[in-house]
Design a protein around this ligand. Sequence first.
Ligand code: ATP
Length: 236
Amino acid sequence: MTHPLLELRAVHAFYGDVECLHGVDLTVADGEVVVVLGANGAGKTTLLRSICQLVRTKGQILFDGAPIGANTYDIVRRGVSMVPQGRGTLVDLTVEDNIRAGGYIRRDKDVESDLGYWYEVFPPLAQRRSTLAGSLSGGEQQMLAIARALMSKPKLLLLDEPSLGLAPIVVRQLFDVLARVCAERAVAMVVVEQNAALALGMAQRGYVLEAGAIAVTGEANTLRDDENVRRAYLGY
Ligand code: ATP
């Protein structure tokens, strides 16, 4: 029987005693791009943190048909990688050491050829491989955070607001690269994004979170045509 790559069934999430997600159902198929939209505080980051078990959850989270488990390290080993909001690059390490750090869980011998692939995908990083990550521009840091996350060879990449604080032209380049990675490496993605138009352009499906619950879900095209979604997230 085929099963989704990721499946959330009635997931609740808690900070201490405060419940911030209230029974979320969500699926992601192999290689699929899913966008999560929602206002500030709707619970988008908490949703990504729930998948990685960085926050206490109730309900079922299945990855590759089996419970995701409680240990974040094991979750990464099974093929889930997250690019947090704010990027979290290691500012005192070089670009190359940051990317290599992303491959720390790998046991295969393809790290070197993969490094070459990521430099080809992200040319600005190739030019600055010996530069300290802390002196990169915002766009380069975001690329670095994504390249680092992809070095663990994930089946599922979780991206929290990748366009935040970046110039429009840089954002466009970034989404082009994400689409390429998705096509060439068959990496599924859950993208939390304020730039709804761009994210819906890349995604197959989307979810709208409101106050910790899924308010709307559907094909990306359908969501783009939905009047409420248009007004709230697309601005027309
Ligand atoms: P934003 O777009 O502003 O990042 P979001 O949709 O990602 O918002 P979350 O950051 O997931 O929303 O927050 C969901 C709710 O959980 C909010 O009410 C927030 O105040 C609360 N929350 C988030 N992080 C914590 C925390 N560490 N401790 C307590 N409450 C938290």
